[in-house]
Design a protein around this ligand. Structure first.
Ligand SMILES: [Zn+2]
Length: 65
C-alpha cells in the first residue's frame, strides 16, 4: 500500500508542477528550487540542509543572491 502520509512540501511541489501556483503579489508562477543551506547545530558545527523553496518575483533576489 502506498504511504498515506506525505510531507507538506511534497504536496506543494506536486501542486506547483500540476497547476502552477501563481503569486498574488507579483503575478508570476512560483517555481520550486532546491537550495542547500548550512544550519548550525547545537554543538556548534554545521550541517547542510536541503530545502525546496517557492521562488517568484518577490523573493528571487534573496534566494539567488
Ligand atoms: Zn511574488
Amino acid at each position: 500500500m502506498a504511504k498515506k502520509v506525505k510531507s507538506f512540501r511534497d504536496k506543494l511541489e506536486k501542486a506547483a508542477r500540476e497547476k502552477h501556483i501563481k503569486c498574488p503579489v507579483c503575478g508570476r508562477d512560483k517555481e520550486f528550487v532546491k537550495v542547500i543551506r548550512a544550519e548550525k547545530t547545537p554543538n556548534g558545527s554545521y550541517r547542510y540542509v536541503e530545502e525546496m523553496i517557492a521562488v517568484c518575483g518577490c523573493n528571487e533576489k534573496e534566494v539567488f543572491a
